[in-house]
Design a protein around this ligand. Structure first.
Ligand code: ZN
Length: 110
């Protein structure tokens, strides 16, 4: 669930950034050869920044989720006793980035 949200953020953020950049690049050619920014340019810049932020948040969400999946086989920090999930009994994986134990079966931090 959390993964699809992150993925949605990433895709929407990327799209908004592209649209914002396209809007920001729009201008009105003048007789002097200069390009006058249209009122859309400011909106485009704001949209591009917001899209970029959304993209980063989505990316972090996806990466955090992936890290949880890929590190389920991790034995944990050296010297630490094996910790099992109190709900399902499956050994928990230590997630250094989150500084918490993660149960891949329950899909939850412990
Ligand atoms: Zn569990």
């Amino acid at each position: 669930m959390e993964k699809s949200i992150g993925l949605t953020f990433t895709i929407v953020g990327f799209t908004v950034t592209l649209l914002g950049a396209a809007l920001a690049a729009t201008c009105t050619p003048t007789s002097t050869g200069f390009c006058n920014p249209t009122p859309f340019s400011g909106v485009g810049v704001a949209a591009a920044f917001m899209g970029g932020a959304l993209f980063l948040v989505g990316l972090i969400l996806v990466l955090k989720k992936e890290a949880g999946f890929f590190r389920t086989a991790s034995p944990g920090p050296p010297g630490a006793p094996t910790v099992v999930c109190q709900t399902c009994g499956k050994p928990l994986a230590w997630i250094p980035t989150a500084n918490r134990w993660f149960c891949s079966k329950c899909d939850e931090y412990r």
